[in-house]
Unconditional design. Structure first.
Length: 538
């Protein structure tokens, strides 16, 4: 599957055509991610609308690539660069192709400068929420939005765009005379419609995609979900279903599909959700109990497999071997629970991308290169397996979740790898190390939530290294382990930028970890992007 588009070749066009088939569309949008901390929120808005959007690398995708792909619309995100001091790499010839463009903040400034409009450092920069005063109420970008004279928008920019004869001004803020503008097929805003602080943000994306670009082939999540529910109701009627339930996006969506199938089935369907603890985050179990523990349509059972994981991981130090050991325990627990509950079927939230990355062909059985062995692929259970999302990718699966009523808190939770904390501990795995890793994660998540950073960060975690440092605690000298914190801004996880965490927040996190965890002697923050590093160590 296409992750981040870097070049349009016959091979990538074939992959894109295959994914368009999954999404039932003949239309594609391009999102050039220019480095904003909110890039992933743009992708989430587009996913919510059901349009197919590829993330494009601005440094490598050229105007010729765009001609070959033939997108119906292009979105440029914001970013930390300045168009007149350190402009981001981008082929400005793309603006001359006649394809509708929606530039956000830096993206707006890029096409404005290409047009010959002056972009200059502002005397008074705008950060935070400001009032957007609408100048053109009939604009297709603003049409259908209900407001009085304007609405609240979140801005974060130091440069401003000046009025120009070729630039139609759609709206302004106190210190930005052109906070929204238009020229022919080019549209732009100086604020961030992707964040919740901006009123009517989703409607602006909707107007661009459907009114301006004329999109019609949205992913029919509602239709697809109904097809899946009907199939599940027919094939699972009268059966006991054992669902591997982690509380993440995919397994939660499968739970709600089974819930709907249970209502529609002609014979009773019993759903048993199995949560496996042992290598999970500190709040994962509480999260699952909160959303699934009191549901009348699902019987939740929690299996503590800590000792089984520790036994299987004894002496195992490489990440690939850790994945294999975890996978074996995972299968054994589900098999045992299936026998205990007399389940006829085991259900999982396996995605098409999980299957593909594990080196298996989805529809042809063709051999593919293995990127990593997923824990939920190719397990060959003793009872039949149901994977309702095996023909979906992450965002289409999330759209199906929305269509069947999965709470947003489940859909937008930070990703967490199936092998769990074993990928966040260097070297051998022990019960003590698992305990330390949980407390580290708990402190980190608590502080980034307290600082209002959780939503803007795509994924964050702490890696417990086996590096030892000399330290002093109290009156004596000691040795302590080094904890490595990391956080990323990303759209889809395939490429990512190290998130900027304020110094005072970092100091608080470091102080708490070294004070509250006896074994921790030092805390560092990894500021490398992906590439070259990966998000998880393994």
């Amino acid at each position: 599957m296409i992750s981040t588009l870097t070049q349009v070749t016959p091979e990538t066009l074939g992959e894109i055509a295959k994914e368009m088939g999954i999404r039932r569309t003949q239309e594609v949008f391009l999102l050039f991610a220019l480095g904003s901390q909110f890039d992933h929120l743009i992708k989430q808005k587009l996913d919510e609308l059901g349009v197919f959007c590829l993330v494009a690398d601005p440094a490598r995708v050229t105007a010729n690539d765009v001609r070959l792909l033939k997108p119906i619309g292009i979105i440029l995100s914001g970013g930390p660069a300045s168009v007149h001091t350190d402009p981001p790499p981008f082929d400005a010839a793309i603006f001359d192709l006649g394809i509708p463009v929606f530039g956000i903040c830096l993206g707006f400034q890029l096409w404005a400068q290409h047009l010959g409009v002056q972009v200059q450092p502002a005397d008074k920069r705008e950060f935070g929420v400001h009032l957007l005063t609408i100048a053109d109420h009939s604009s297709p970008l603003i049409g259908g939005i209900t407001y009085s004279t304007g609405f609240q928008v979140l801005e974060s920019h130091g440069d401003r765009i000046l009025p120009h004869p070729d630039l139609e001004i759609l709206g302004s803020t106190e210190h930005a005379p052109v906070a929204a503008g238009h020229h022919q097929h080019l549209w732009g805003v100086q604020f961030h419609p992707e964040v919740s602080d901006t009123e009517h943000g989703l409607e602006l994306f909707e107007n661009f995609c459907f009114t301006i670009c004329g999109a019609k082939d949205t992913f029919p999540a509602g239709d697809v979900s109904q097809e899946k529910i009907a199939h599940l109701a027919q094939t699972l009627a009268g059966k006991i279903i054992l669902l591997a339930l982690s509380g993440g996006t995919d397994s939660s969506t499968v739970a709600y599909l089974l819930k709907a199938a249970r209502i529609r089935a002609t014979l009773p369907i019993q759903i048993v959700g199995v949560y496996i603890k042992g290598i999970d985050r500190p709040d994962d179990e509480a999260h699952v109990r909160e959303f699934f523990g009191q549901q009348p349509w699902l019987q939740l059972t929690v299996v503590d497999a800590t000792e089984q994981f520790l036994e299987a991981l004894k002496g195992v130090t490489t990440m690939e071997k850790k994945r294999e050991a975890m996978r074996n325990v995972y299968k054994a627990v589900l098999e045992a629970e299936a026998e205990r509950w007399r389940a006829n079927v085991i259900a999982q939230g396996t995605l098409y991308t999980d299957i593909s990355e594990s080196g298996e062909g989805y529809d042809s059985g063709a051999t593919k290169a293995r990127i990593k062995q997923h824990h939920n692929v190719g397990l060959q259970f003793s009872v039949p397996e149901v994977t309702p999302l095996a023909d979906q990718v992450k965002d289409t699966g999330r759209n199906i979740g929305r269509a069947v009523g999965v709470p947003e808190a489940l859909l937008l939770r930070h990703p967490f790898p199936g092998p769990g904390l074993i990928l966040r501990i260097e070297g051998d795995i022990t019960k003590d190390k698992l305990g330390i890793a949980r407390v580290l994660d708990d402190i980190f998540m608590e502080e980034i939530r307290k600082a209002g950073l959780y939503e803007s960060i795509w994924q964050a975690g702490v890696f417990l290294t086996h590096s030892v440092t000399k330290c002093t605690k109290g009156d004596g000298a000691d040795f302590g382990l080094v904890a490595e914190c990391w956080a990323f801004w990303s759209v889809n996880g395939f490429t990512a930028q190290a998130a900027e965490i304020p110094w005072e927040v970092m100091k608080t996190i470091s102080r708490r970890m070294t004070n509250e965890i006896r074994e921790i002697g030092a805390v560092c923050f990894n500021t490398s992007d992906k590439p070259p590093r990966t998000i998880e160590r393994g």
